[in-house]
Design a protein around this ligand. Structure first.
Ligand SMILES: [Zn+2]
Length: 175
């Protein structure tokens, strides 16, 4: 299998060739400059995973018990300090009713991905963090399992949270 990021797609047989070939290795079709270039899906996904795990390692190094971090794909992590209650949702830029606890996920295409304005709550109760779906339209999943609305589920650092179609990971350290 090719591990190049860019591939040349054969216009004749649709075979995905390495970027340096001048002839399709499958059918012999000449591949000129007009040949369609494609992004190798598996390679780009592997790169994205590498980036995400590097960021994850950095986040885990820098965390102390006062911080909680949210990681969305390969983006800069959202690190909140001294806060024990986070509402995952979105607001309008001119929204004056914005809740203090809101983590605004607007910039992560939250609206297009079906995230409700007040979608889910991460709350520190007694001795640990818990996740609650706030009766959102499209639901919340924790490590793939769908949550019942308004019920608290215990969180572990590194857990996968899916709010509607937006996936994130949560990291924290406890005393
Ligand atoms: Zn071909």
């Amino acid at each position: 299998m090719s591990d190049s990021l860019i591939e040349k797609v054969c216009p004749h047989c649709n075979h995905h060739n390495e970027p340096h070939v001048v002839q399709c290795v499958h059918c012999g079709q000449r591949l000129d400059d007009a040949t369609t270039l494609a992004i190798n899906q598996q390679t780009s996904e592997a790169l994205a995973r590498d980036i995400e795990s590097s960021i994850k390692a950095l986040v885990e190094q820098q965390l102390d018990t006062n911080n909680i971090a949210l990681l969305i794909g390969g983006n800069n992590p959202i690190i909140e300090s001294g806060r024990r209650r986070l509402i995952l949702g979105r607001s309008n830029l001119d929204d004056t009713q914005r809740a203090d606890d809101l983590i605004d996920l607007t910039w992560y295409f939250a609206h297009a991905l079906g995230v409700s304005r007040q979608h889910a709550l991460i709350d520190f109760i007694d001795d640990g963090y818990y996740l609650q779906d706030l009766g959102s339209t499209n639901g919340t999943r924790l490590n793939g399992e769908r949550l019942r609305p308004l019920k608290f589920y215990p969180l572990k650092s590194g857990d996968n949270i899916q709010i509607a179609k937006l996936t994130l990971h949560v990291y924290f350290k406890l005393d």
